[in-house]
Design a protein around this ligand. Structure first.
Ligand SMILES: NC(=O)c1ccc[n+]([C@@H]2O[C@H](COP(=O)([O-])OP(=O)(O)OC[C@H]3O[C@@H](n4cnc5c(N)ncnc54)[C@H](O)[C@@H]3O)[C@@H](O)[C@H]2O)c1
Length: 253
């Protein structure tokens, strides 16, 4: 449950990708509770419908579709905040990551942010600036984990993109930061437990493997990530740009 609601995003319009489930859903719901007008996009309209409200407008958008992204940005007022959440986990080392999986990882995890930001930033600047939060991962240039070749490489690229955008537009009112979770309880993580459970013996064993891997010996919640994201979107984070926030249960101690 989100606590201490204070209206910190009142008056702001926020775009959230991959908002039908997991971290994106938690970000969208909390931003709306904090007073923002949220545009929540995803390819899963059934999932989006569950969060639609007076403060949350839902739209179908595939973040790899440049035409759809341009249409969305051009038909909306400038966003004060953008949260790039959409991402995909490929399981495998360099010896079992085929070129298509490598390409898909970069298209969905990184190119999508490039497509959105290149059309949204000019409007943000005209509007006096805004805050961008990119969801990366501790599995990136921060830390290596087994069988995360394509995922970790693409999440590292997000950190480079984040620094670059922060640097280029610092004097035009744009802030750009990244949030780097460790393992968080979301539908796709449960799916990964199902898959790993087939080789480990059971879903429960896979779940415990992920739990024991984190120093706090538990999986994070999507709300523990959304709290940091919404802080960075708000004016409470006004002096922060180009930074990476690990939300990781102590993984990077
Ligand atoms: N869950 C974790 O343990 C964890 C850890 C670190 C980082 N992350 C990152 O957080 C982000 C969200 O992960 P999650 O686990 O909350 O997500 P999830 O996989 O549970 O949900 C992802 C959502 O993305 C949507 N989606 C998929 N492809 C899309 C596309 N092409 N266009 C638009 N929407 C699309 C899905 O429909 C779904 O609603 C990802 O970038 C992920 O890499 C997750």
């Amino acid at each position: 449950m989100v606590k201490n609601i204070t209206g910190t995003l009142k008056g702001k319009s926020i775009l959230v990708t991959a908002a039908a489930a997991g971290i994106g859903k938690a970000v969208a719901l909390e931003a709306a509770q904090e007073g923002a007008m949220v545009t929540a996009v995803d390819i899963d309209m059934a999932g989006l419908e569950k969060i639609a409200s007076d403060n949350i407008t839902t739209m179908k958008l595939d973040v790899t579709d440049q035409t759809g992204i341009t249409r969305l940005v051009n038909t909306n007022e400038p966003f004060d905040g953008i949260v790039n959440v959409a991402g995909y986990v490929h399981h495998g080392s360099i010896l079992n990551c085929d070129p298509d999986s490598w390409k898909k990882s970069f298209t969905l995890n990184v190119d999508s942010m490039f497509y959105i930001l290149r059309v949204a930033i000019p409007k943000m600047i005209q509007n006096g600036g805004g805050s961008i939060v990119n969801i990366s991962s501790v599995v990136s240039s921060i830390k290596g984990f087994p069988d995360r070749l394509a995922y970790g490489s693409s999440k590292a690229a997000i950190l480079g993109l984040t620094k670059s955008v922060a640097c280029d537009f610092i004097n035009q009112g744009i802030r750009c930061n990244a949030v780097c979770p460790a393992t968080v309880d979301t539908p796709s993580w449960r799916q990964r437990c199902e898959e790993l459970g087939k080789t480990m013996g059971s879903y429960q064993q896979a779940r415990e493997y992920f739990e024991m891997r984190q120093p706090m010996k538990r999986i994070g919640t999507a709300e523990e990530v959304s709290g940091v994201v919404n802080f960075l979107l708000s004016d409470r984070g006004a002096f922060i740009t180009g930074q990476f926030y690990n939300v990781d249960g102590g993984t990077m101690i």
